[in-house]
Ligand binder design. Structure first.
Ligand code: DQA
Length: 143
């Protein structure tokens, strides 16, 4: 099983963002954990991150071919990028939306997701473990 993990804008600076909200982990450390969880769960993962919306859209297009699941954390684009929603609408593979922080308990503008209705699951506020849960939901869909 092949899964793409697509992290979006500002997640490259994860280690420098408010540790009270994001935990202080770097993107490298997060990706290292994701690759280890993939081995544990018996799937093959490709992690990507960009600050460029067009590139993210192209990665969504690339994920239309040959992947069995997509984990997305588009960062702030989650709340307003209809281009990313349109791109992910084409995905044949199941989608899981992840947010490290509890977007429901923060500012009002973070409560809206353009991905509403598209995703098989949404995991929020569980820190890095949220990605493990997303991989688990994709690899063990009945669990
Ligand atoms: C985030 C939440 C978004 O509101 C924010 O803009 C991010 C990160 C999260 O993982 O908690 O950049 O997607």
């Amino acid at each position: 099983m092949r899964i793409d993990v697509l992290n979006g804008v500002n997640l490259d600076l994860l280690a420098r963002r408010d540790p009270g909200v994001y935990g202080g982990l770097s993107l490298d450390e997060l990706e290292t954990r994701i690759y280890a969880w993939a081995v544990e769960l018996g799937c093959s993962v490709r992690c990507r991150q960009t600050n460029h919306e067009g590139e993210y859209v192209e990665w969504c297009h690339a994920a239309l071919e040959g992947v069995d699941g997509i984990v997305v954390n588009p960062g702030a684009w989650t709340h307003y990028s209809w281009a990313i929603r349109d791109a992910l609408e084409l995905a044949g593979a199941p989608l899981v939306e992840v947010h490290l922080s509890d977007v429901e308990g923060r500012e009002e503008w973070r409560r809206h997701s353009v991905l509403e209705g598209l995703t098989a699951h949404r995991v929020v506020g569980r820190g890095p473990e949220g990605y493990r849960e997303a991989l688990r939901l994709l690899t063990e869909p009945a669990g």
